[in-house]
Design a protein around this ligand. Structure first.
Ligand code: ASP
Length: 419
């Protein structure tokens, strides 16, 4: 019997076939109503957008529940308070560093120069881009009406409210166990729904990429490759240079050994594109192969899977420059600084499930007045980058966990050094 293709393989196949079919539609099929109206703007558009909308449907409930659960874990462990502050500080610092690397490399590589935007002008992602001042952005973090924020999909106020709910639930303990259980179970429901929707990802990806290529042909290929190469390069720097230097400086552990032992977890994250699903494997590997105490990792790893997304913020940093260049909008130094802040915050609001980083990118784009429709440009090829960045996301959590564990005297070096 033929073995069923895994989701990742299906998606890769969909990407390739979609690109080929898109190019064929562009160059071989005669233009006219059938090609342009029925196929490209009809079937491919509707199915691609349908998929995107399904993914968008998940975001608010998913981020809310996973943050309530995450902050509940911080609140109920007083002894881990110190570890919590240290961990959060480390997470924020590495994320800000990651965005900076992304922006710097994108300003050298120029991934968006040369893309013919007129050919792909779309109204796909409808949200209107509007620039708000820093003061307003900060004030807007506090929700006037949390339900209103949820209805509008404003991530930052949702995060603030979720943190409050989680911390207070932890404080109330067993008195509010029904509500706590409700959130953690609803979180499971949302995770399950994500997985169900991901099943049709190959179809969605096929339609998105085919439509892109059918519209732009090869003209899109090179700028896309440059963008993908840029993201991949910045991810590699973060994962194999920055993290390893940090690990060595803080712990004097052998970085090569770390990479070798952690590689299977990275592979798992790569194939699932889900930080959340990687949590159990990550905790287990850190404990059994690296000698990290479970007491620390069972707290820092789920927290990291919820709030620490260095890989995602790298994609967002490069995407900002790419989209700005594609639309011919210059970015000032002030804009770049804003992106460092908003992408770091967006990383907190990105749930550890596939493709959410693409949705929170809207927040980063609008923080510097870039059109959120630009997301449509990178959507079709995002899956591969999602896999890569998820591997980086969870590696960042593991490096931080190892360092914190070492500093707390909760790292068994014998286990780490054992072959
Ligand atoms: N898939 C990523 C993760 O789970 C999140 C994202 O960037 O979409 O870590």
């Amino acid at each position: 019997m033929k073995k069923k293709m895994g989701l990742s393989t299906q998606i890769f196949a969909a990407l390739l076939i979609g690109a080929v079919i898109g190019v064929l539609i562009h160059y071989v099929m005669p233009s006219g109503t059938i090609r342009d109206k029925v196929l490209v703007e009809g079937i491919l558009y509707v199915m691609g957008q349908g998929f995107i909308r399904l993914m968008q449907m998940l975001v608010v409930p998913l981020v809310f529940c996973s943050l309530v659960c995450g902050s509940m874990a911080i609140g109920d462990t007083k002894t881990l308070g110190k570890v919590g502050i240290k961990t959060i500080g480390f997470y924020l610092a590495t994320t800000a560093l990651a965005v900076t690397i992304a922006l710097a490399s994108a300003n050298i590589i120029n991934p968006g120069i040369g893309l013919d935007m007129d050919a792909v002008q779309t109204s796909e992602v409808a949200a209107a881009a509007q620039s708000t001042s820093i003061v307003d952005t900060l004030l807007n973090i506090i929700p006037k009406n949390p339900i209103g924020s949820m209805a509008n999909g404003d991530m930052l106020p949702i995060i603030v409210f979720a943190l409050f709910v989680g911390i207070i639930l932890a404080k109330l303990g067993s008195k509010a166990s029904t509500v706590a259980n409700f959130f953690s179970q609803f979180n499971d429901v949302m995770m399950e729904m994500t997985m169900a929707i991901m099943k049709i990802a190959p179809v969605g990806v096929f339609c998105l990429i085919a439509r892109t290529f059918a519209t732009v042909g090869f003209a899109a290929f090179k700028p896309m490759l440059k963008y993908m190469g840029n993201v991949t390069f910045a991810l590699a720097i973060q994962c194999f240079v920055i993290y390893q230097i940090l690990l060595f400086i803080f712990t004097r552990l052998n970085p090569l050994k770390f990479i070798k032992k952690f590689a299977p977890v990275m592979g798992f994250a790569f194939s699932t594109a889900t930080s959340n699903a990687t949590i159990p494997m990550s905790i287990d590997t850190l404990n059994k192969k690296m000698g990290v105490s479970k007491q620390i990792s069972s707290f820092t790893i789920p927290l990291g899977a919820t709030v620490n997304m260095d890989g995602t913020s790298i994609m967002q940093g490069v995407a900002v420059v790419f989209i700005a260049q594609a639309y011919g909008i210059p970015l000032t130094m002030g804009n770049l600084a804003t992106v460092v802040v908003t992408a770091t915050l967006a990383s907190i609001g990105t749930a550890g499930v596939p493709s959410v980083g693409l949705v929170t990118l809207a927040m980063v784009l609008s923080s510097v007045g870039l059109p959120t429709e630009g997301i449509a440009l990178i959507m079709g090829i995002d899956r591969i980058l999602d896999m890569l960045r998820t591997a980086v996301n969870i590696t960042g959590d593991a490096v931080c966990t190892t360092i914190v564990s070492h500093q707390e005297g909760a790292l068994d070096r014998n286990v780490f050094n054992r072959e």
